[in-house]
Ligand binder design. Structure first.
Ligand code: AR6
Length: 201
């Protein structure tokens, strides 16, 4: 049976890690690991555009026409079109160049801007894929550290409408890397209650 790792973060928020397809998610928003063109691509981007239907590309083109291409580290929001999620938050992760061109800072900026977008749209739940660790080549364990710490930091220290953050990971290797990092969170946030359990889905 499918299961999720669930972490209580402070009093109000829950973090979940699971293996799955983000296009099936019912959270208010899902995050897309896009590219700067916003015109679609492979990986999770291709899957989201396919499941959302042509309306998503039309919205992305309108954003592009208005503000140009989306720089790495930034995020913009469209509706979810045919998806069950109400919104798609598109972010552009860094391409991995060995860590020499601010990749960690850019990846952190992706997650914090996505959380801000979710807040702006008054979402209570948001699902993330593992941004940058596919075609863009970011080492998974390093990316998991940045992703989880940035999101937990925001859940604990910012006034957020979001009370559920779900990481929907596509394969065992990625899931294990995120689960390893999540186990270390208690050490990094010693003043906050972080408890974990495994729950059936
Ligand atoms: N649900 C959840 N995760 C998925 C799904 C899915 N349906 N499909 C793939 N993944 P990638 P990037 C995982 O390459 O590295 C695109 O062409 C995948 O296994 O999608 O940020 C864009 O247009 C991996 O763990 O994104 C850009 O050009 C993670 O999602 C470029 O790829 C990210 O892999 C972005 O590269």
């Amino acid at each position: 049976m499918a299961s999720a790792l669930r972490y209580q973060i402070g009093k109000k928020a829950v973090l979940e890690l699971l293996i799955g397809d983000i296009t099936d998610e019912t959270t208010d928003a899902i995050v897309n690991a896009a590219n700067s063109s916003l015109l679609g691509g492979g990986g999770v981007d291709g899957a989201i555009h396919e499941a959302a239907g042509p309306g998503l590309l039309a919205e992305c083109k309108a954003i592009r026409a208005q503000r140009g291409s989306l720089p790495p580290g930034q995020a913009v929001t469209t509706s979810g079109c045919d998806l069950r999620a109400k919104y798609v938050i598109h972010t552009v992760g860094p391409v991995w160049h060995g860590g020499t061109v601010n990749e960690p800072q850019i990846l952190e900026s992706c997650y914090s801007h996505c959380m801000e977008e979710a807040e702006r749209k008054e979402c209570t739940s948001v699902s993330f894929p593992s941004v940058s660790t596919g075609a863009f080549g970011y080492p998974v364990q390093d990316a998991a550290n940045i992703a989880l710490r940035t999101v937990v930091e925001q859940l604990l220290h910012q006034p957020v409408s979001v009370t559920l953050v779900r990481f929907v990971l596509f394969d065992q290797r990625t899931y294990k890397a995120y689960a390893r990092t999540a186990e270390g969170l208690r050490k990094d946030f010693p003043n906050f209650e972080i408890s974990s359990e495994t729950v059936p889905l």
